[in-house]
Design a protein around this ligand. Structure first.
Ligand SMILES: [Zn+2]
Length: 239
């Protein structure tokens, strides 16, 4: 049986001599894995379809619940993401998070649409803000929302306070006196609010703010998923 899906290539692994196994995030079938034959040969016609961030219409054949890519036509290559190393790692971090936070068999339409939009934004402009915004969205969708609101314990506004904490268990900020979190910076709190379109203290939006916010997100991701977040670590090292 043949079917056509709109898919984004999240991850590939070598298989046999010339083949690959792709992890595709699709609008129609959620996250799937599909084999693709011969793409490691220099002149393979479908080589592009196994490249990072390839967004294409994939034609799949299905047999006994296993998919094989038999054809593909590219919708968007996001070429700029492959020529700028910072953008490449930011996009890799978005793809890695999308892979880690979705499961086969569930509807992935929202995260699929959001990831395509994020990759376009990264091509056209500053990639770090687009990445933070996507990671917050993807974590929230998986039940690991990060909330940068009033103190999650006593309800006091956190603007104006120097000592804040972030609680990894609840994904929320508290004032210095409440909760069991570890110390968190006022800059991180404000950058997360800014990215979410909320009011923030402009004096605490510093040039290294996005990097600090990404560090917190990386720790939180690792804590929740019990896994390292390799491409985000690489991106943080680069910026
Ligand atoms: Zn409090």
């Amino acid at each position: 049986m043949e079917l056509i899906v709109n898919g984004l290539m999240l991850k590939s692994a070598d298989y046999k001599e010339n083949d690959k196994i792709l992890t595709l995030l699709t609008a129609e079938k959620g996250k799937i894995t599909a084999g693709i034959k011969g793409v490691r040969k220099a002149k393979a016609k479908l080589k592009f379809a196994a490249q990072p961030f390839c967004f294409a219409e994939y034609v799949l054949s299905e047999k006994g619940g296993r998919y094989t890519v038999v054809n593909a036509s590219e919708c968007e290559s996001f070429y700029d993401l492959r020529t700028d190393i910072n953008k490449f790692y930011a996009a890799s971090a978005a793809a890695e998070a999308a892979n880690a936070l979705t499961y086969e068999g569930e509807d992935c339409r929202e995260i699929f649409t959001r990831l395509i939009k994020t990759l376009s934004e990264m091509c056209g402009g500053a990639e770090s803000r687009a990445l933070i915004s996507f990671l917050l969205f993807a974590l929230g969708g998986a039940g690991y929302a990060v909330t940068a609101e009033n103190c999650a314990v006593c309800g006091a506004p956190l603007h104006g306070l120097n000592k804040l904490k972030f609680d990894m268990d609840t994904g929320s900020f508290t004032c210095g006196e409440c909760g069991n979190g570890a110390g968190a910076s006022r800059v991180t709190y404000n950058v997360l609010r800014m990215v979410q379109g909320k009011s923030c203290e402009q004096d605490f939006i510093t040039p290294d703010g996005e990097k600090r916010a990404l560090r917190l997100i990386r720790e939180y991701f690792s804590y929740k998923l019990n896994a390292s977040f390799k491409s985000l670590s690489e991106y943080i090292r680069l910026i």
